[in-house]
Design a protein around this ligand. Structure first.
Ligand code: AMP
Length: 381
């Protein structure tokens, strides 16, 4: 048995999961969850709130059975072009993650805080950084290059990095398992629809296109992020509306998407309002689903042959109305959602297209913590 601690440190929160993995089989076995939880409001001026990540992690770790711990796996959001795979943490790795802070100013500093505290509290236990971006380092230059002045792009690291990599990796692999086919032979479009949302075209297990870019702002409509827009909107808001650049950043990242369109960032709330006849909610739903459909079309063309479309994360796993609307009208492409299968209350990995459909439409629960644990064990063993 090996025991792995997975840490996901956000700007004001720490999520942790302690897993026991039957020895020698790190890929598709179900690990046992020994403990899991979240500490929130770190750094907030509130009674009982931890002062900083160090205090939060010290409290968490003091309460966990960590004897015999094999490794700690850390979620790190931005690995830039430096990291194409998980890395065992040393001073060089820490310096490289720190160099990437300008590309992920909210996430990487929190991830680093977690790494440094865990390193100090657990000397001798290998720490592994698992990057959200690494899965997308198989993107071709044509898929990852923005069409702007090449020298400027190179100098400032303007590049499609892609995110949600651990989720797209595990979900595309589990789709192949669900269809009982070798991963290398399956082309899948994975749709991670959570608070953040991204699409990925996965060809035989390799990411070949993804909707998030330099940052997690690009692509699909999200809870509070706009996704794709004409960059001139930013110039316009600055020049004509006189908004400072930080305010526009806040507008597009925290006050747009479903929240901006309908005043609710939560899909459950949005669906309830739409059912009650709220027109703003109905429009937001249409905009959200239409964007998904556009990416499905684009990635179908990218892949040439499509075997599966897989929905995952909070919305993808739990909102049949979104799945049906996002893929409506695509039957001529072999893409169809069976209404009965789509509406079943069943959980777990399942196919929701009609039997024998050319493209299998699937729902596969994501498990980013397990993927981080699995990748962590992959590099330490
Ligand atoms: P995640 O970031 O993966 O936790 O996903 C969060 C999103 O999933 C939020 O928009 C939730 O409203 C949505 N969600 C969770 N459960 C449901 C549900 N039963 N029906 C519709 N949306 C849901």
């Amino acid at each position: 048995m090996t025991r792995v601690l997975v840490l996901n440190c956000g700007s004001s929160s720490v999520k942790y999961r302690l897993l026991d993995v039957p020895s020698g089989r790190v890929d598709e076995v179900e690990p046992a969850v020994v403990a899991s939880g979240t500490v929130e409001r770190i750094g907030e001026d509130a009674p009982g709130a931890p002062r900083d990540h160090a205090e939060a992690l010290a409290t968490v770790m003091a309460g966990l059975p960590l004897d015999g711990l094999t490794a700690v796996g850390h979620r790190v959001v931005h690995g830039g072009l430096t990291f194409t795979a998980p890395a065992i943490v040393d001073d060089t790795v820490i310096a490289a993650i720190r160099e990437l802070v300008p590309l992920a100013p909210l996430h990487n500093p929190a991830n680093l805080a977690g790494i440094e505290v865990a390193r100090a509290l657990l000397p001798g236990v290998p720490q592994v950084a698992v990057f959200d971006t690494a899965f997308h380092r198989t993107l071709s230059p044509a898929a990852s290059t923005y069409a702007i002045d090449a020298e400027t792009a190179t100098r400032y690291g303007i590049h499609r990095y892609g995110f949600h990599g651990t989720s797209h990796a595990i979900v595309s692999r589990r789709t192949a398992t669900l269809l009982d086919r070798p991963l290398a032979e399956v082309n899948t479009i994975t749709l991670h629809l959570g608070n953040g949302a991204s699409a990925c075209a996965v060809e035989g297990g390799r990411s070949v296109a993804t909707s998030m870019g330099l940052s997690p702002l690009e692509g699909l409509v999200m809870g509070t992020r706009s996704g794709d827009l004409d960059p001139t909107i930013i110039f316009h808001l600055h020049r004509v509306a006189g908004m400072p650049i930080d305010e526009i950043d806040d507008l597009l990242n925290r006050r747009s998407g479903l929240a901006g369109l309908a005043g609710v960032n939560d899909m459950r709330g949005l669906l309830a309002r739409r059912a009650g006849g709220d027109r703003a909610a109905a429009l937001a739903f249409e905009v959200y689903c239409r964007r998904i459909r556009s990416y499905v079309g684009a990635y179908y063309a990218e892949l040439g042959r499509l075997d599966a479309i897989t929905f995952t994360a909070g919305v993808g796993e739990n909102a049949p109305a979104v799945r049906a609307a996002a893929l409506a009208g695509l039957d001529r492409l072999g893409i169809e959602v069976d209404p009965v299968r789509n509406d079943t209350p069943e959980r777990g990995a399942r196919v929701i297209s009609p039997p024998g459909a050319p493209v299998a439409v699937c729902v596969v629960p994501t498990d980013e913590e397990w993927e981080i644990a699995s990748q962590t064990l992959g590099v330490v063993s």
